[in-house]
Design a protein. Structure first.
Length: 138
């Protein structure tokens, strides 16, 4: 990925060490990372910036990752942004479709590989949908 192609990822995580860990993963993968310490700050950043994807902790102060996802999905400009929820809970405890997230990842030993592959897949899918829509409009 060249700098002109860098995708912007909004990372919302209230735990300082986990936020730094995920930020390093994303930057090493070539992404530009916008950081938020809680859901409310993440919402503000999302509304003020053109972002390519959101990675959010499930449980945060002021606005959970689930509520952030629900609110972004309700905003016309942000409704199609790929959204990934991170959680320390077992995946079967959360119903993804209930929260409209595109992906749910556990904070475990496989997080680095799972996160990068998930983001690449979701961003590519969104770009393909947008390309198809623009070709259809032409």
């Amino acid at each position: 990925m060249t700098s002109s192609e860098k995708k912007k990822i909004l990372l919302a995580e209230d735990d300082d060490s986990m936020r730094r860990f995920v930020e390093i993963i994303l930057r090493q993968a070539g992404y530009e990372v916008l950081l938020a310490e809680d859901g409310l700050q993440a919402m503000q950043i999302a509304l003020e910036n053109k972002i390519n994807a959101v990675v959010a902790d499930a449980i945060m102060p002021h606005l959970s990752g689930y509520d952030l996802c629900r609110m972004l999905r309700g905003n016309v400009e942000n409704k199609d942004i790929p959204f990934t929820i991170l959680s320390g809970l077992a995946q079967e405890n959360i119903g993804e479709s209930e929260y409209l997230a595109d992906a749910y990842l556990a904070k475990n030993a496989n997080l680095k590989e799972n996160l990068i592959s998930t983001l690449e897949k979701l961003i590519l899918e969104k770009e393909n949908v947008e390309k198809a829509k623009s070709e259809k409009a032409d």
